[in-house]
Design a protein around this ligand. Structure first.
Ligand SMILES: Cc1ncc(COP(=O)(O)OP(=O)(O)O)c(N)n1
Ligand SMILES: Cc1nc(C(=O)O)sc1CCOP(=O)(O)O
Ligand SMILES: [Mg+2]
Length: 519
């Protein structure tokens, strides 16, 4: 039985079976060429289906049910004039009342819709009476001790939807039309920023895809009626504007205002389309959440670009791999051009690790280098690091952010383009991109290689660091593949002259950056 309680339809508690049937009727009404569809006949036809609670709970004798199904299997011609939207509100108001008075959970089901149809429509009542079924009998079956039948429901505030009668169908269409336009226009503005301002191909593709998805969802609503209902000249909203609407200081202000508009418009589409079609409303809701994710990725993108601007040489340190010890290596290499230091220790107790992390924090702070903790968001938070680096098997960005908060940098290791896209979408601040070449520091069996660097270069301008076996001998190839930043370990830590090696790498990165606009 498809009658599980659900709360999606217009904030009512309604079974999914009842929702489905109302959605079907709405679709049929929208497709109907005549403007007077036989809504009650269609409704009762659906309600008498085998799968519904209406036939089970109301316990209609099999022969009566068969005869009624037979009656309702014929084609019906147009009946009284109906506006679907108002018809549905009245029907639901009456059905809700039956639901409220029949159980404490008050979940409106197909049985309540059927009773409501009998109460509101004389011809349905007559057809059922001809087959020996009276509304009063059904009322008794669902045990409603104090219910009066046929009373004026206008006075029953608790079941009357707020605003019924104020928002008629044309008004609803005008609201949807305005929200759809706001949403599409806002999306264009954001897309332009991401495409031309940020130069982000992956995120602009995501936005375009989302815009098409929303357009596709809108296509399922009866948009042809919207334009007829459009009344721009008399729309009070076209003339009211706040001072903040007129003022946009920077392109980022334009971007942020548009992102808010999109979210509001999607919310409006989601809420008002609930009155028409629960499925479509859910699709708008999903689009809204998808947009929040993209918004977060856009915000992260330009914040991290700013924070990592001009930081191109990233050093991973493990004490036992440092020819001259940890402190000398860290201090000397920063002095000669390393901008970021990551503590990467795999065989320490937590206590030892935190002690080391606090020292590296101190040394990096003194020379204005960033300090990143490998693998451990908890220790990153405990030693006030600038960030944490996570691999594909470490915590996710979202979970790490619960520990380190929104301000700390979160970097992600990526080994193929899908992982890189996923990391951007998840709101990573930077990417590790590799392994490029065989490494002395970590063993690999597969290499993403130079092609992967080129793929990432074409896809994003989020700061990313080529990593894995990079040294002075292959740096030219790394630049040719499009990298502007590198992360290294052995080439500095194990070098006979770590200072000289750091200086040389930093200088080549600087010269490359002068040629290559990516910062
Ligand atoms: C800058 C940077 N990029 C990649 C890595 C590798 O991280 P992960 O895959 O988690 O492997 P381990 O370093 O933890 O062995 C990194 N650490 N830093
Ligand atoms: C720890 C690590 N992760 C990599 C990855 O590709 O994810 S490469 C790597 C080792 C980096 O050190 P070196 O410069 O000595 O090769
Ligand atoms: Mg790791």
């Amino acid at each position: 039985m498809n009658d599980e309680p659900s709360s999606n339809f217009s904030d009512r508690k309604m079974t999914s079976g009842a929702q489905r049937i109302l959605t079907q009727i709405r679709r049929r009404a929208a497709e109907n060429k005549e403007d007077r569809p036989p809504l009650y006949e269609w409704l009762v036809q659906e309600l008498l289906g085998e799968e519904n609670r209406a036939t089970e709970v109301l316990d209609l004798p099999t022969s009566t049910l068969g005869a009624l199904q037979n009656h309702y299997s014929s084609d019906f011609s147009a009946s009284e004039p109906f506006i679907f939207f108002e018809w549905q509100l009245t029907l639901l108001r009456h059905a809700d009342r039956y639901a409220i008075l029949s159980s404490v959970e008050a979940v409106t089901g197909t049985e309540h819709l059927l009773m409501s149809a009998m109460e509101l429509d004389a011809s349905t009542r007559e057809v059922f009476a001809e087959h020996g079924v009276q509304l009063e009998d059904l009322v008794e079956k669902i045990a409603l001790p104090d219910l009066e039948i046929g009373i004026d429901l206008e006075d029953e505030i608790q079941v009357k939807p707020a605003g019924a009668g104020v928002v008629d169908e044309p008004t609803l269409f005008r609201i949807l039309d305005a929200s759809a336009n706001r949403c599409r226009e806002g999306m264009r503005v954001v897309e332009d920023f991401v495409r031309f301002g940020l130069n982000e191909s992956f995120l602009s593709r995501e936005l375009k895809e989302l815009r098409h998805l929303v357009t596709e969802t809108l296509r399922h609503l009866s948009q042809e009626k919207w334009v007829t209902c459009r009344d721009t000249l008399n729309d009070v909203g076209t003339t009211t504007s706040t001072p903040s609407e007129a003022y946009r200081g920077t392109p980022v202000d334009v971007l942020r205002a548009s992102m808010k508009r999109i979210e509001e418009a999607l919310r409006s589409l989601e809420e008002y389309s609930k009155l028409i079609d629960a499925d479509l409303s859910q699709r708008f809701e999903q689009s809204r959440y998808r947009f929040y994710t993209i918004e977060k990725a856009i915000e992260t993108n330009f914040n991290s670009r700013e924070r990592l601007k001009n930081r191109r040489l990233y050093l991973l340190v493990t004490a036992e791999d440092c020819r001259y010890g940890l402190e000398t290596t860290v201090r000397d290499s920063i002095a000669k051009g390393v901008d970021i230091v990551q503590l990467r220790e795999k065989r320490r107790t937590d206590r030892e690790l935190l002690e080391m992390a606090k020292e590296v924090r101190e040394w990096t702070y003194e020379q204005d280098a960033l300090f990143i903790m490998n693998d451990r968001p908890d220790l990153a938070a405990a030693c006030h690091a600038d960030g944490v680096h996570l691999g594909q098997d470490d915590l996710s960005v979202g979970d790490a952010r619960k520990i380190v908060g929104s301000q700390m940098l979160v970097g992600i290791s990526t080994h193929n383009i899908e992982q890189a896209r996923e990391a951007i979408y998840a709101g990573a601040d930077y990417l590790g991109v590799g392994p490029t070449f065989p490494s002395q520091t970590k063993e690999f069996t597969d290499f993403a290689g130079l092609d992967f660097l080129s793929e990432v270069a074409a896809e994003t301008n989020l700061p990313w660091f080529a990593i894995g076996g990079i040294d002075l001998s292959n740096l030219g190839l790394v630049f040719e593949a499009g990298a502007a930043r590198i992360a290294v370990s052995a080439t500095i830590c194990a070098a006979p002259d770590p200072r000289g090696r750091a200086r040389e790498l930093a200088s080549r990165l600087f010269t490359n950056a002068e040629k290559n606009v990516k910062m």
